[in-house]
Write a protein that binds this ligand. Structure first.
Ligand code: NAD
Length: 402
């Protein structure tokens, strides 16, 4: 394969993509503004905690075909995979980094190039923001330059499996752009590739995470109602789910990560009138950490100067990703209230412990915020010893699996 591909932004999404493309035989240049990331890639060090990806990164073909640098260069294909965070005051997409990434490639665009936006963006971004930027160079989108939105669905911790096996949506501004992108992704994706237009692809990606967000909100709202009624929510959900067409999710301590708490805002941004359920779901999920912190406060109210120990700092179990973690929000809320909180997580650097027993020694309350499999197993094995090590044997768990 003789094509050269430049990947702008080599983080959770861009670097695994760059590695897979290099493995497929493309010449790949990963571009990142962070010097340490560029250096790590060129030294063959993967800065993501993905074991399988680490192995693949060491394959000779990958090391030969992938290099990194701080600025772009000429190529056949440019892929934008930079962050698209939420602008917190207006609750709209902050596209500053997409604009900067696009601006950086404009001087290198040549007739026949394909530009792919992988970053999650609000509907119409490719048409109304990216295409006009390209047009300013004098090159015509659809004639000289081909443009696509190909959203990503990978789950941190499972990146290798998911990047290969997930189905993907390829949204071209025209059919030729989509066909060109199909060839690129087809080189390593074993899932199905669905070709569509750019706006449908942009909306479909946001709908996926919004669907999760709304359904999680419903479960969280049911949990609050059940609590008021003194009903065991897990039992009620189990019974409701006996209905052949009902599948209520489990409530939790709030939503987090890079996508779920963010993406539904991008739909509301383009159509606030028709986003009422979406908006309310966001509100409901954002309130959950405060509710959980309240439960912890109530549980320790009779203990003088309680020492609280929490387990779990990630946004959900069995990932190392702490971005927008509701567990961290809960810890912060308690600390703001003056509580003595020691936070641990066996899979997150800086939060590790030698054993739960050791972490919980002398504590008045142990809170299992995020139940990673290793935490569940250790807790089940050593529950008695852990409680014995505590000053008060008070353990709080939120909706644990039976
Ligand atoms: N992480 C996920 O699980 C996931 C899943 C699906 C979609 N997404 C989407 O993918 C996009 C990228 O997310 P991510 O998790 O990879 O982010 P990330 O923060 O892990 O990585 C982005 C990288 O882009 C670099 N960067 C920023 N501006 C740049 C520029 N102008 N030029 C070159 N490099 C630049 C940053 O230094 C960083 O290393 C976002 O839109 C996100 O919503 C992420």
């Amino acid at each position: 394969m003789s094509k050269k591909i430049v990947v702008i932004g080599t983080g959770y999404v861009g670097l695994p993509l760059a590695i897979m493309l290099a493995r497929s035989g493309y010449e790949v240049v990963g571009v990142d503004i962070q010097e340490n990331i560029v250096k790590a890639i060129n030294e063959g060090v993967l800065h993501l905690a993905e074991d399988k990806m680490k192995q693949i990164f060491q394959e000779p073909e990958v090391r030969k075909n992938l290099r990194a640098q701080k600025t772009p260069c000429e190529a056949d294909v440019f892929i934008i995979s930079v962050p698209t965070p939420l602008e917190e005051t207006k609750r709209v997409a902050d596209l500053t980094q997409v604009i900067a990434g696009m601006e950086s490639i404009l001087p290198f665009l040549r007739k026949g190039n394909l530009v792919i936006v992988e970053s999650t963006v609000p509907p119409l971004t490719c048409r109304h923001l990216v295409a006009p930027m390209i047009a300013k160079t004098g090159l015509e989108v659809g004639k000289d330059i081909y443009l696509c939105h190909c959203p990503e669905r990978i789950l941190p911790g499972e990146v290798f499996h998911e990047i290969v096996h997930n189905d993907r949506i390829i949204g071209g501004l025209d059919g030729k752009a989509a066909e060109m992108a199909r060839e690129i992704y087809g080189s390593f994706v074993k899932g199905k590739l669905y070709l569509t237009d750019d706006v449908t692809a942009e909306l479909a990606k946001l709908m996926e995470n919004t669907y999760r967000d709304v359904n999680i909100a419903l479960a969280n709202e049911f949990a609050a109602v059940a609590e008021g009624l003194g009903v065991d929510i897990l039992k009620a959900i189990e019974l409701a789910n006996k209905h052949p067409r009902v599948k209520i999710l489990k409530p939790g301590i709030g939503t987090g990560g890079h996508c779920i708490p963010v993406d539904s805002w991008f739909i509301k941004e383009v159509d606030p009138v028709n986003s009422r359920v979406i908006y309310m779901a966001r509100m409901v999920n954002d309130e959950v950490p405060g509710r959980i912190a309240g439960k912890i406060r109530r549980a320790v109210k009779d203990i003088k100067s309680p020492k609280i120990v929490t387990l779990g700092a990630t946004y959900k179990p069995d990932t190392y990703d702490t971005r927008s973690s509701p567990a961290l929000k809960i810890i912060d809320l308690l600390r703001q209230d003056g509580y003595d909180v020691k936070a641990y997580d066996p899979v997150v650097d800086g939060y590790q412990y030698t054993s739960i027993e050791e972490a919980a020694k002398g504590a008045d309350c142990l809170v299992l915020l995020v139940e990673h499999q290793v935490v569940k197993e250790e807790f089940a094995r050593r529950e008695n010893e852990i409680k014995k090590a505590m000053r008060h044997p008070l353990v709080l768990r939120f909706y644990p699996e039976p």
